[in-house]
Write a protein that binds this ligand. Structure first.
Ligand SMILES: [Zn+2]
Length: 181
């Protein structure tokens, strides 16, 4: 069994605009600004043998205002920049009642099957409370980055920034070693 870390795309791997106190996803490659400070931090996780899996909810796909081709271009850039092993997308809106839109844990469960992950040994890094909730439901240890979108969820751990979360994760991993398969 492998160990992986799920990393929310918007707000962690790329910048978001804020409108009416809500984070707004970029819709074009031109507006897509990668968070380059995260590059050496993700390298540390990769060097520790963890699979890097980005997750994102892009309801613009089902609503029709996000072009799939443009999303693919943004995600090619993300893979190349961070050496991601996978990017999992929930294309749905709340009205679609899917099983993969956080706080539902579908994306994490899907990744567990696809990559043969022991979810109890995996981690989630996000700045949004609904991702922490999805992680908890899936048995994944959540590291929540302080943000206005933390919500009321009782996350496992709240960290000031990505650097602190990566350090914490690597220490937790040592204290909770993967059992021999
Ligand atoms: Zn979905």
């Amino acid at each position: 069994m492998k160990q992986g870390v799920f990393i929310e795309r918007d707000g962690v791997l790329n910048e978001v605009r804020v409108e009416r106190q809500q984070p707004v996803s970029p819709l074009t490659l031109q507006d897509f600004h990668v968070n380059l400070e995260a590059v050496p931090l993700l390298k540390k996780l990769k060097a520790a043998g963890l699979l890097l899996i980005a997750t994102t909810n892009q309801p613009g796909l089902s609503r029709g205002y996000q072009a799939r081709r443009e999303l693919d271009r943004m995600h090619e850039l993300l893979r190349a920049t961070f050496g991601l092993d996978d990017i999992l997308v929930c294309p749905h809106d709340a009205a679609d009642h899917c099983t993969c839109r956080p706080p539902k844990p579908g994306l994490l469960v899907e990744a567990g099957f696809k990559w043969r992950l022991n979810l109890d040994q995996c981690f989630m890094i996000s700045d949004k409370g609904q991702d922490a909730e999805a992680a908890r439901t899936a048995g994944v240890t959540s590291l929540l980055l302080q943000s206005p979108w933390n919500g009321k969820s009782r996350s496992d751990l709240v960290l000031t920034d990505l650097a602190a979360a990566v350090d914490k994760l690597l220490r937790l991993r040592v204290s909770k070693p993967l059992l021999a398969a």
